[in-house]
Design a protein around this ligand. Sequence first.
Ligand code: ATP
Length: 407
Amino acid sequence: MSVVGLDLGLQNSVIAAAGRGGVDVILNGNSNRLNPTMVNFDESRKMGEQVSGSTPVSKFKTTIKYMKRLVGLAFDDPRAKKEMEKVPYQCVPITHASGGPPSIAVKVFFNGEDKILPVEQVLGMMVHHMGMVAAKKTAEESGIRGSDNIKKLIPQDWVIAIPPYYTDAQRRAVLTGCEIVGITGVQRLMHENTATALAYGIFKDIRKEFTKENPTNVMFIDMGASAYTVTIAVFEPGKLIIKSANFDEDLGGRDFDQAIANWLADKFSEKFKNKLSGDPKTKPKVMLKLLDAAEKAKKTLSPQGVKEASINLECLMDDLDFNVMLTSSEYEALCAPLLAKLEGPVQKCLEEAKLTSKDLAAVEIVGGSTRIGFVKKKLMEILNVNNLSTTMNADESVARGAALQSA
Ligand code: ATP
């Protein structure tokens, strides 16, 4: 395998390689396709699925995640400030010999000492880990053994997907992070939405499904863990044109989790008001446990028709257990402000492309959060359509498109 495509998601990273027969997502050592985007620093460094079970909660000060949203920002940038409030580990400013405003580093206790690591380096470690996922697969297939030999199989050529809202500084920081860990063969940084459109169109184009006379307009809606992107692409034979793209950087699955977690914290405080040693919302570990439970409940409630999710947390705080039921209508009401944000980018995209929803051959939804039943329902209402297309793999379209770009 020589060239790979990488989707470095906020929550999940996926690596794919294009070959003659198409494009394959590369499975990790546990035969899984998604790799948690996190790096844990303890006695040893662990990444992706090596960061197991409860570690992100129990070792929250040394488990670094959300690098994608911190990389390349100045420490004082309001976006960075907002993001740093969301992470439970310590961020510190780091100055550069070349001048410019301080950027962001993380402070971890690793191998018995305090370490300050630029956030782009931690992002680079995750890229390297994904390279090792690919290298191990190649080694397995060709019977190569020994860690030094396997390291030599790390792909040399990469296309890495980045969000369309990245600035030049953010793009440069991704490349710097890769260079720090020895990944120097990044051929291209590609917008995630372009990668999805390419993955959609390339085989249809080969099958001659597009015509010059009637260009095919497709809307792609991607909602992952942190952001929501709407794109209109036009396909003609041999051509893919991005007509318009709009996004909300602050609308993703984690916002739904946060809405549920806040509700849970309030219910917990209400139930045990005389027994608690403090406000659960100010305790990072308690909030991480609630966010974890919230994500599980959210997934339970995603399919339409499911009426309630049971949430049970042992020893949540002050040795108190917490059991509560969240109904689908309560959940939807909690998320109403988030649902209200879906329409803006859709309408702006249509306006900029000078199209109406009737001109769209399909509306393809991708990204894990488009599995939420009422998100799909709301999108159908906004677009006045009876169905949304799910012909693409919601988790893999970006990595597949990046791999195809590299082929
Ligand atoms: P980003 O696109 O912001 O970089 P990402 O690529 O890591 O993030 P995805 O892997 O596309 O994001 O999606 C992860 C999000 O999807 C998480 O918030 C997760 O909770 C949510 N998700 C996954 N499956 C479901 C489901 N069945 N129901 C609801 N949400 C889901």
